[in-house]
Design a protein around this ligand. Sequence first.
Ligand SMILES: [Zn+2]
Length: 227
Amino acid sequence: MTLADACWPEVPEGGLVLVPIGSTEQHGPHLPLDVDTVVAVAVARGLAPALGGLVAPAVAFGASGEHQDFPGTVSIGTPALTTVLVELGRSLTTWAGRVVLVNGHGGNHEAVSASVRQLQAEGRDVAWVPCAPDPCCGAGLDAHAGRVETSVMLHLDPARVRLDLAEAGVTHPLAEVLPVLRAEGVREVAPNGVLGDPHGATSDEGARLLDQMVARALQRLGAGMRS
Ligand SMILES: [Zn+2]
């Protein structure tokens, strides 16, 4: 059951709530703007049965300043997102025993980890996990709208993937492009918005990658890593 579907008497006092944290940002010419939100929701739903938790409505706007040069991107930035997440955590923990933020966008990292630290310092049981598959050996840059995200979307929502428009972006090692990316934004290093190459993406690979994301998140939660 999701939190949005529940009537209040059905919500268990002291239970666990998973909150997907996504973004609304460009994902190349072939993927929709809500990829990170879709992935975060899918990972949260994958975790819910194992953890016995409810999945809350997703936070669909994040810190996406590096993508702001592309039309469609909507970013609230790190300070505002941090405030939102702290207040969500405070409100949720008035009745939830534990809150897990499931982060689908790397650019949210600073806000997610800072808000979790703050909430933990206030004595609340709050943790976070990324949506990260197993590290893949030999693969080139695949940071954004590349093979991983395209595969996962082909698995989750194939009707919204425009494979005919998929094309490679910048594939140099991330360390090489990161300084310009940070200073000038993604458009400066990858005019089509893709950091990686969606070529070879398949639905089967997406299913495997999603399983890995859920398994790694479970492992991380089991290991008690919270910040
Ligand atoms: Zn993404």
